[in-house]
Write a protein of this length. Structure first.
Length: 128
């Protein structure tokens, strides 16, 4: 068993903080109440009962104690992923810095002209 595995198990116990699950491999794990489903859970018994078969994903596994942290929420969220939105852009065209390089001479000329005008104004109006 490794982190990320998706397994089936049976609910063997329910506590206010979560549900204990015996996996098909015989290993026991806990689904913390925050990992049962997205959102607030008022009463865990409304969602799960002893003997229920559930699909879970392994969040963590302690090889020494053979205990697993499990989640049903990650599988639920996986189903609700939105498809990637199409962006209307030129991502597929690889222009690199060519447009900037092409514009630099024009920008440089504009900047030099601006500085020249500033210098002329200071020479003509020294009181400013």
């Amino acid at each position: 068993m490794k982190i990320g595995d998706k397994l089936r198990g049976t609910i063997t116990g329910i506590q206010p903080y979560g549900a204990f699950v015996e996996l098909e491999s015989g290993i026991t794990g806990l689904i913390h109440i925050s990992e049962i489903k997205t959102g607030y859970i008022e009463n865990i018994h409304d969602l799960l009962a002893i003997g229920d078969t559930v699909q879970v994903q392994v969040l963590d596994f302690d090889e020494y104690t053979k205990k697993a942290s499990l989640s049903m929420r990650t599988l639920e969220e996986e189903k609700h992923r939105l498809p990637k939105r199409h962006r209307f852009s030129n991502d597929r065209h690889k222009f690199g810095f060519a447009p900037l390089a092409k514009s630099i001479p024009t920008w440089t000329e504009e900047a030099l002209q601006f500085l020249s005008n500033q210098k002329d104004e200071k020479e003509n109006h020294p009181e400013c």
